[in-house]
Design a protein around this ligand. Structure first.
Ligand code: SAM
Length: 219
């Protein structure tokens, strides 16, 4: 077996992406667990996680690191969040905002032992609902499928520190299915130029189609 550390806390285990499991013995989405040298690695499926897809498609800015505070919008049932939780470790913190009660229930079941996760059932359009809980964050990650996703990101950037990195997945199909995705991506990025520097744009095919994975730096 070959293990290479690709980025801080992110590994290639026989060329498959993985993180070291913070919640030993537990799976979140039926991923494979691999034991090697006293570590338990959890394979990270790029077809289930756009962050994994972006990393495999040569993402350069990987700012999710040990001990950091992350605000994660659209945590769903916790697939990607669980890997973020592995990477930031027990002294990091990930605030997770999720609108759907059903997803939140499943998320709470699968991640109940992960003490670095703060789940918040809320609509991310209304940041005042969680402004007393969320502290200033090093990184913002947003993956929500709504028409006003760019406005949601702008609102939540109030929690991101200056020069902090935001990962933003633009879903063209949620904005307008009738338009060419390229035009939609350009329009949405134009709305962000005043507040962010655009650092990277990653196409995440073949793992996901009609999405653009964008890396932004808060000005
Ligand atoms: C594509 S899924 C996220 C998948 C997840 N990021 C992962 O990789 O494991 C989008 C999630 O965003 C949630 N969502 C949509 N609009 C939202 C909003 N306004 N506020 C909070 N969550 C929202 C949905 O309920 C859904 O669970």
């Amino acid at each position: 077996m070959t293990i290479n550390e690709l980025f801080n806390g992110i590994y290639l285990v026989d060329n498959k992406l993985a993180t070291i499991n913070l919640d030993i013995g537990h799976k979140v989405y039926n991923e494979e667990l691999i034991h090697y040298n006293n570590n338990e690695y959890r394979l990270w499926n790029p077809y289930r996680s756009k962050l994994a897809a972006a990393i495999l498609n040569k993402l350069k800015t990987v700012e999710i690191k040990k001990n950091l505070k992350i605000l994660y919008i659209g945590s769903a049932t916790g697939t990607t969040v669980s890997h973020v939780s592995d990477i930031i470790g027990k002294d990091g913190l990930v605030y997770c905002i999720e609108l759907s009660e059903r997803n939140m229930r499943q998320f709470l079941n699968s991640c109940e032992n992960r003490e670095n996760i703060i789940p918040i059932l809320a609509d991310a359009r209304y940041t005042e609902k969680y402004e007393d809980i969320v502290e200033e964050c090093d990184v913002l990650y947003q993956d929500v499928s709504s028409k006003d996703q760019t406005e949601i990101l702008k609102k939540n950037s109030r929690f991101l520190k200056k020069n902090g990195i935001a990962y933003f997945i633009i879903k063209s199909q949620s904005i307008d299915i009738s338009k060419d995705p390229k035009i939609i991506f350009e329009n949405e990025l134009n709305k962000l130029k005043q507040d962010f520097e655009i650092k990277e744009k990653i196409n995440i095919e073949p793992y996901d189609k009609k999405h653009l994975f964008v890396v932004l730096k808060k000005l």
